[in-house]
Write a protein that binds this ligand. Structure first.
Ligand SMILES: *[C@@H]1O[C@H](CO)[C@@H](O)[C@H](O)[C@H]1NC(C)=O
Ligand SMILES: *[C@@H]1O[C@H](CO)[C@@H](O)[C@H](O)[C@H]1NC(C)=O
Length: 491
């Protein structure tokens, strides 16, 4: 068979195409690391780790000695010292290209990239080294890299020989509940967080992909973020070869350290820290501060849009206010009952609904005169001896007890009166649950655990709640205004 020149050209083109296709598909089927082996070999010839120094105080530190100790072992060791602003007194750092000072605070005369620490890091790994640590033996960082590459953890820590050597902790972070819970680690080498001094090694791309990679205190901030991602850390044994600690260190204690930590927790949205010992540390609102969320619009507080529930300090203040108000009402002989939302929380789990922002109680209108604080509120607002504010609500004919003059978290008291066997009132809000109901639900009232005490609730509260909210309300939690925002995300 004779081929024309045109047929030959076509056959050649097809063959070439097939060859290209086979080559491309062969490339794609290669294991990932054999494709990148070439570039790894290149990077393995120089240092693979940048030493990052972030945690130090400008006025008292041993950062120059730390840097020198690494340079003595390897003069080409990349080092980046990170500060918010130019340290003063100035740091005596060697003027060589592999040692750089990164200033995070933006300055008018510098491009934005200059205030990002990742701009200064060219290696695959970074080691966060605490002030006061010293490199003691060559190859320490390389060994940590090998452990990181061999194991299943995202971070490797080497304890620094110091008065406060690193210890492993478990850490659960719940953004929705604004809470960090520390506990004992299941094993001494697999940790979520550390307490104490350590050199931390991780991939640069992991570190700089975090929200606040170098926020101080570095340990506190970093572990909250890595624990949230579920990254575990391997803590190496103290085996003589670890970096040693000398000289001054930035302590997390002290007024400056505490202020920094409080600011960091606020920035990361952590309002309750529960320690291994069971000690609780609260941040956020108190009697002296404003309420920690603003005016509620459409029955949907701002935090729900942030996919968070009521801040723990607010729940605590609401529980305290509810318990106090109930004590006052009971002492004065005012008949009260848990209103819709809190009765529902009590029925579900004996507490305030975790995303609720106030507490509603019903009271008998005819009992109002029995209570000195309510009489005071009728005449104008009054602050009682415990600092709670009792007032007639501006929104209508009901009473409001605020946590304090500054903090307007509140318990609302809704006066009802019976008319032909139906409990009614004169002010109605545009809420589904704000409806009349038969008085027999209040005859008798029944005790129900709520918010850490025992409150009075309507009898047959399941039917009471279903009358207000519809069938299945106890079993099917929903946000207050599902038309705006739904718990199940369906609207
Ligand atoms: C973290 O959460 C897990 C799973 O819910 C639980 O088993 C563990 O006890 C929690 N640890 C801490 C410290 O709260
Ligand atoms: C950065 O983080 C986001 C989510 O936190 C993740 O989806 C993404 O894959 C990460 N990128 C890298 C390069 O690790």
């Amino acid at each position: 068979m004779r081929l024309t020149r045109c047929q030959a050209a076509l056959a050649a083109a097809i063959t070439l195409n097939l060859l290209v296709l086979f080559y491309v598909s062969w490339l794609q089927h290669l294991p990932r690391n054999s494709r990148t082996r070439g570039s790894r070999r290149v990077s393995a010839s120089g240092p693979r780790v940048t030493v990052l120094v972030r945690e130090f105080e400008a006025f008292d530190n041993a950062v120059p000695e730390l840097v020198d100790s690494f340079l003595q072992l390897d003069p080409a060791q990349p080092v980046v010292v990170v500060a918010d602003t130019l340290p003063y007194p100035p740091l005596a750092l060697p003027r060589i290209p592999n040692v750089r000072l990164a200033l995070l605070q933006p300055a008018l005369d510098r491009p934005a990239a200059a205030s990002r620490p990742e701009t200064y890091v060219a290696t695959e790994y970074v080691a966060l080294v605490p002030d006061g640590a010293r490199a003691e033996a060559p190859g320490q960082l390389e060994r940590m890299v090998e452990v990181l590459r061999a194991g299943g953890s995202r971070l490797v820590a080497a304890p620094v020989a110091s008065a406060n050597p690193a210890r492993c902790l478990a850490l659960n972070v719940s953004l929705r509940e604004w809470t960090a819970r520390y506990g004992p680690a299941p094993s001494a080498s697999r940790c979520d967080a550390l307490e104490g001094d350590a050199v931390l090694l991780l991939r640069a791309r992991d570190l700089f992909n975090l929200s606040a990679p170098l926020a101080r205190p570095v340990g506190t901030g970093l572990f909250l973020q890595t624990a949230l991602h579920g990254w575990t850390m391997q803590l190496l044994e103290c085996s003589g070869g670890q970096p040693s600690g000398h000289g001054p260190r930035a302590l997390e204690g002290g007024a400056r350290g505490r202020a920094r930590r409080t600011a960091l927790l606020a920035a990361l949205g952590i309002r309750l820290v529960s320690w291994e010992s069971g000690r609780l540390e609260w941040f956020g609102c108190s009697k002296e501060t404003p309420r920690c969320f603003g005016t509620v619009v459409g029955d949907t507080p701002a935090y729900l849009y942030e996919e968070r529930w009521t801040p723990p300090c607010c729940l605590r203040a609401l529980r305290e206010t509810a318990r106090y108000v109930v004590g006052v009402l009971e002492a004065a002989g005012v008949r009260y009952w848990l209103g819709g939302g809190c009765c529902c929380g009590a029925a579900r789990h004996g507490d305030i609904i975790p995303w609720d922002y106030d507490v509603d109680l019903g009271i008998y209108l005819e009992d109002v005169g029995n209570c000195e604080q309510l009489r005071g509120a009728e005449a104008g607002s009054m602050v009682d001896e415990r600092g709670f504010v009792w007032e007639k609500a501006v929104e209508g004919d009901f009473f409001r007890v605020q946590y304090s003059e500054s903090n307007h978290l509140h318990v609302d008291l809704w006066p009802f009166y019976p008319r032909n066997g139906v409990m009614t009132k004169d002010t109605w809000l545009d809420h589904r649950q704000d409806v009349e109901f038969p008085e027999h639900f209040l005859q008798p009232l029944v005790p129900l655990p709520f918010a850490g005490f025992v409150a009075q609730a309507p009898n047959n509260y399941r039917r009471f709640l279903e009358l207000k909210f519809g069938p299945g309300v106890i079993e099917n939690p929903e946000y207050p205004n599902p038309a705006l925002l739904s718990l199940t995300g369906s609207s």
